[in-house]
Design a protein around this ligand. Structure first.
Ligand code: FUB
Length: 324
């Protein structure tokens, strides 16, 4: 399928920042957007919420692309749960990355033994055809924590896979991108690193220590590097809904330092938010999702995008949702 699905209307300019007509895909639901820049195009990998379902029971992943952030091409559904023999249902968030001309698409799904695992599909082209790279999960620890993979290759060639809910984990991937070396590491969550501590807030006692910032790591990490600084965007918590927050670090494995909330103006008709950040043709963009497509909601989420400009010190400004 190679059809132009939507011409984005960039609505108006404000201090040189233009705003998109959101959601950018209006023909189906597209949660958990993961943008990837390759060869002059931005590819956006998403899930696919099923109309009428009342939970996150997705069965497939989609991709669309654009060379100009205006005209988008729908590349359909390159992978489904059936692409992974070990997967049962509940396809959740994903991210694709290129290495040496191959494309590695990390996904998470419920397994036949009722856990959640991370798998990886590989292709020679960003839109596929993809196939399960190893025929089994790459991360499978017999837990439901293994959701929301995010992948990044550092300047020295070391690749990292981060993921997790409620804890944030990482491994160092081998050069083959389908195996890892060393142990799975858990990132300690503190007020200083992620703005709060989930366990403390849930159990009282030390809760007051986490309350002042009213944030914490929930899920949906997005790991990248820019101008020598490492960024970990994640779904945090605000007013009972997820927001997008971030931490920064001088090294790929921490110490992470909480920087605040990027996108707080929920509600956007969705409990979750999940996104990715890229630089593309000289501009910076935040992709995220809302439940604002007609008929949408917490289980009918759609990709939206906002252009933004980093602050001079590399921090990310507060970014407002476009709700029309
Ligand atoms: O789409 C299913 C789940 O909802 C994702 O894995 C989470 O990040 C949240 O967006």
């Amino acid at each position: 399928l190679q059809s132009v699905i939507l011409c984005l209307l960039w609505m108006y300019s404000c201090n040189g920042i233009v705003r998109a007509q959101n959601p950018i895909v209006q023909t189906h639901f597209t949660p958990d957007p993961a943008p990837m820049v390759y060869n002059g195009r931005v590819y956006v990998y998403t899930g696919d919420d099923i109309p009428g379902y009342d939970f996150y029971y997705m069965t497939k992943w989609r991709v669309c692309s654009s060379a100009d952030m205006v005209n988008w091409t729908d590349h359909g559904v390159p992978i489904t749960l059936e692409s992974f023999s070990w997967a049962r249902d509940r396809a959740w968030a994903s991210q694709c990355i290129e290495r040496n001309g191959k494309f590695y698409w990390y996904i998470c799904a419920q397994t036949v033994d009722n856990n959640v695992a991370i798998g990886v599909a590989v292709a020679d082209h960003p839109t596929g055809p993809f196939k399960d790279a190893i025929g089994k999960p790459i991360i499978s620890t017999g837990s439901w924590a293994n959701i929301d993979p995010t992948v990044f290759i550092d300047d020295d060639g070391q690749a990292f896979l981060y993921w997790g809910n409620p804890n944030l984990y990482y491994v160092k991937l081998n050069n083959d991108m389908v195996s890892y070396a060393g142990d799975i590491m858990q990132i300690p969550q503190t007020i200083e690193s992620f703005g709060g501590v989930r366990a403390a807030r849930n159990t009282g006692g030390a809760a007051s220590a986490a309350e002042p910032t009213k944030d914490m790591y929930v899920e949906g990490p997005w790991f990248y590097k820019r101008s020598g600084k490492y960024y970990q965007m994640f779904a945090g918590m605000t007013k009972g809904n997820e927001c997008l927050s971030y931490a920064m670090s001088d090294a790929p494995t921490g110490q992470w330092k909480y920087q605040g909330k990027i996108m707080t103006d929920q509600p956007a008709n969705s409990f979750t938010n999940h996104g990715g950040i890229i630089d593309f043709k000289g501009n910076s963009y935040l992709f995220y999702h809302t439940g604002l497509l007609p008929g949408g909601g917490s289980y009918g989420r759609s990709t939206a995008v906002e252009q933004f400009r980093y602050n001079a010190d590399g921090t990310i400004p507060s970014i407002r949702m476009t709700k029309e």
